[in-house]
Design a protein. Sequence first.
Length: 197
Amino acid sequence: MSLIKPVSVLAIFFAGIISIVAPVKAEESTRISVSFHGRMFNSVASDYLERPTFVSIEKRSGDEMVLVVRVTKLVRDQYGLDYTEIRFLKTKVDDYLVLINKFNEWEALATTRGDSFTKDIGKAEVWGSFGRPDVQFTFHSGNATHHFLALKFCAMGTCLNDSGFVLSADDAKNFATTLKQFQSGEIKQNEIDSVYK
């Protein structure tokens, strides 16, 4: 009986990890143009560098809509992936905007005061193939004048360090604009299959 519980916990843990790294097929997916770039830390440059960033709108089963942000990594991770992605739920956009607005407030205050710090802002639910994971929003200072919004994927209460990306202050504002457009329906999915035969 005592062996069943650890085995069950391990099974759930590995199912969660697989849901993070396994490709997930959407019913429909349309890439869109955006005006923000995810960043990754480059130890040689000692800076957060812009990375190729691809954004798409996906229709999941049950008509659930998600905004997928995929940022290309500098090197492949331990799972063999050369990208990180987070799927933002259309139904949770207001939650994301509250956290981004808090970042904007802190960024303005920290820049004025010359403060440099790292502090969690909060979490919000995102789409996952196994359960409902979260994304952790964190305020992070590169120095007293350059602050970043760090977004990190969290599953089963654990936030994975290599599962996210950062946005500059300007990119965070542009990301918020994209989320608002996604929520309002201003960004539409284009019908591709019937056009390109």
